[in-house]
Design a protein around this ligand. Structure first.
Ligand code: ZN
Ligand code: ZN
Length: 336
């Protein structure tokens, strides 16, 4: 049995453990992939910290996975050995429920999520359902491509939910927002970036990426916004963003987890304002975003860590020390 290095979560609230695991055999519809890079997403933090309560345990986290196809369990179809493969959060779906049958596979009743209910990419190898894997644009190296697979995809789905908003607020300027800001600018929108109070570095990063205004999340926007996307997992930002959007405006909650939303006066929602969430992705989102990213072109700003430093990457993300996106780089010996 071939073995691999992996970072494993035994139980929420504990650091990941660096260990040797058996490489899984790919099933009929699966690909065996040698991982070269894996993004570290805020969702991974929510899993490790126990905010998301249904992980497979023990678990290999990671759902922004880039690697090379080793071999397919059955017919590989779209991929040949050696091809670069991207594996996203939506790892598999049932294909039969009412959501799957109506173009809303992101809401599937019996999904599998990479790095949550299925083992993910904090390892040298993973197996993935070939039907949910992507080809990646050649403009990006492996580490640069990794954040496109969740921060990019979910960010883009959130941007679509914001409709044709011209004046767009982004709350939380991390991995997703740094990509969305570039796409929004390409589409001719005006971006207003809200960061943690006092995060001047984050604010200047946002301006570098085209935001026409950047300030603290507690400060007032310079004008009424058409829509706002909340990436930070902070429920108090919902009433704050509602205050910032005009009549008919939309507030999109893009994260998978948020602290409780405090109660707020109805007049903040009045005037046909909308609050909505965004859940997961569809394969169609993936194909359309990856093509668009290469066209913009979106440049991902990454901070890389070797596989064994996954806990450090998670800590840095938790404490707001990552500018752009954190990415684990993985070679055949497990070190970068
Ligand atoms: Zn389904
Ligand atoms: Zn993610």
């Amino acid at each position: 049995m071939p073995h691999m290095q992996a970072m494993v979560l035994d139980a929420p609230g504990q650091p990941l453990r660096h260990m040797t695991r058996t490489v899984a055999e790919p099933g009929a519809d699966q690909l065996l992939i040698r991982v070269t890079a894996c993004g570290v997403c805020r969702t991974d933090l929510h899993i490790v910290d126990g905010d998301l309560s249904q992980p497979r345990l023990p678990l290999i986290p990671g759902h922004e996975v880039v690697g090379r196809l080793v071999r397919a369990g059955g017919a590989a179809r779209d991929f040949s050995p050696g091809d670069r493969v991207g594996v996203p959060w939506l790892g598999t779906t049932c294909g039969r429920c009412s959501y799957c049958r109506s173009g809303q596979e992101n809401l599937c009743d019996a999904p599998g999520f990479t790095g949550y209910t299925l083992d993910g990419g904090y390892a040298q190898y993973l197996v993935a359902d070939r039907r949910f894997c992507f080809h990646l644009p050649s403009e990006y190296n492996d580490a640069e491509a990794a954040p496109l697979l969740c921060a990019g995809l979910i960010g883009h789905r959130s941007l679509m939910m914001a409709g044709d908003a011209q004046h767009l607020g982004l709350y939380g300027f991390g991995a997703a927002a740094h990509i969305v800001a570039q796409v929004a600018g390409y589409e001719g929108r005006r971006v207003y970036a809200f960061t943690r109070p006092g995060d001047l570095e984050g604010q200047s990063f946002a301006r570098d990426l085209g935001a026409i205004w950047a300030g603290d999340s507690t400060s007032q926007a310079p004008r009424a916004l058409d829509a706002a996307i909340i990436f930070a997992p902070v429920g108090a930002l919902v009433p704050a963003a509602l205050r910032a959007v005009r009549k008919g405006g939309t507030v999109v909650c893009a994260g998978i987890h948020m602290t409780d939303i405090p109660s707020f006066p109805y007049r903040l929602l009045w005037g046909e304002r909308t609050v909505r969430s965004v859940a997961n992705l569809t394969r169609e989102d993936g194909e359309s975003f990856l093509a668009l990213a290469a066209k913009v072109p979106v440049r991902t700003h990454i901070q890389t860590y070797p596989l064994q430093s996954a806990n450090q990457a998670l800590d840095d993300l938790r404490s707001g020390k990552v500018t752009g996106a954190a990415v684990l780089t993985i070679d055949e010996t497990g070190a970068a």
